[in-house]
Design a protein around this ligand. Structure first.
Ligand SMILES: *Cc1c(COP(=O)(O)O)cnc(C)c1O
Length: 364
């Protein structure tokens, strides 16, 4: 029996994708092998990575002057690679300036990591109100190497409703939890990155999309594995890439294309999230702590209206337990913020959201 899985990541994958991966497990494309067993440099694997990249370019409308890289290390390694490649100097502590906007726990981690390699500065933060909104984005300094935002904040459930205007300073964004959830003008960014395990495929692959003129700025001391120029020159094959993950991402992208592409999934995502927020706004038991213009389409945080701490905690524990027993799993909020969170990525059907609402009505 399949459950409705509201996990923030790794997350539910589309059922047709899992079925196809299962059907092709022992023999992929008539090669007599699983993708897991293929040499990454073989003629069998080459069309798989090429197809995945082509589908991503088509779905996201990636301009020709951008490279697509399939790397490892998760979004967290990009917290280091971005400053190392775009702003680091001849020695640690000699880096260029870089602007960071602190909109949550991942954004904060990215800024702290960048400060090791560059003169990274947090220029605005929404920490004052528990990250429940997106702060006004100040203009960049003329000598900023880049300007970093976290487009969708997975843990606190906010999203940027419009992109900041950074002029000629490259805009860099962590889009791990909103990639392909709605249209994105890739040409407005210098670099975007996403760990795969939320909206793209299994854990283990990180997608980096980088404008070509930003490649090749890493100082000589940068480890080879952390250099965009090396990965770009080698077509993500400097070393063994995450082959199976790249294959499953390709299947997910094909599924998305058949569904009608990003416009159509965006329509579905708006419908799903609207349904759930409307329900929350009328609920006597729960509410959304996120200010309306900034509510995430992907990660919906909700907390009991109950003020008494002990009673509130009791409601949360009971809710998560009884929901799981009803086949609605992984609804506990992040350990740092508490409450509950329903992650409803592309693969979550509207039936799952309706089942959750139905359960919440009964629970109330
Ligand atoms: C999940 C997540 C991360 C961390 O991803 P890893 O792949 O585990 O490093 C970073 N940023 C955002 C926005 C995320 O949702």
């Amino acid at each position: 029996m399949r459950v409705y899985n509201f996990s923030p990541g790794p997350s539910a994958l589309p059922l047709p994708v899992l079925e196809r991966a299962a059907a092709e497990m022992l023999d992929t494309n008539g090669t007599g092998q699983s993708v897991m067993e293929m040499s990454h440099r073989s003629k069998d694997f080459k069309p798989i990575i090429e197809k995945t990249e082509a589908a991503l370019r088509e779905l996201m409308g990636i301009p020709a002057n951008y490279k697509v890289l399939f790397l490892q290390g998760g979004a967290s390694l990009q917290f280091s690679m971005v400053p190392l490649n775009l702003a680091a100097g001849d020695a640690p502590g000699k880096g260029k300036k870089a602007a960071y906007i602190d909109t949550g726990i991942w954004a904060d981690k990215a800024a702290k990591e960048a400060a090791k390699y560059a003169a990274a500065e947090v220029r605005a933060s929404s920490k004052d109100r528990a990250y429940s909104y997106i702060p006004a984005a100040p203009a960049p300094a003329a000598d900023d190497a880049y300007y970093h935002i976290t487009l969708n904040n997975t843990i606190v459930g906010t999203r940027w409703d419009k992109l900041p205007d950074t002029g000629s300073v490259p805009l860099v964004s962590d889009i791990s939890s909103c990639v392909l959830s709605e249209p994105l003008d890739v040409g407005k960014f210098g670099l975007i990155y996403a760990g795969a395990q939320k909206n793209l495929g299994p854990a283990g692959t990180t997608v980096v999309i980088i404008r070509e003129d930003l490649i090749g700025k890493a100082p000589a001391w940068t480890p080879a594995m952390l250099r965009y120029d090396i990965h770009a020159a080698e077509g993500s094959m400097y070393n063994t890439p995450p082959c199976y993950g790249i294959y499953v991402i390709g299947l997910v992208l094909e599924w998305l294309k058949q569904l009608g592409g990003v416009e159509e999934i965006a329509r579905l995502n708006r419908e799903k999230s609207q349904l759930f927020y409307d329900f929350l706004d009328n609920s006597k038991l729960f509410y959304s702590p996120v200010e309306k213009p900034y509510r995430s389409l992907m990660n919906i945080v909700f907390v009991p209206r109950e003020q008494d701490a002990a009673k509130k905690s009791e409601i949360e524990t009971r809710f998560v337990k009884e929901a799981a027993a009803a086949g609605l799993i992984n609804l506990a909020g992040h350990r740092l913020v508490g409450g509950m969170r329903a992650s409803i990525y592309n693969a979550m059907p509207i039936e799952g959201v309706k089942a959750l609402i139905h359960f919440m009505e009964k629970f109330a």
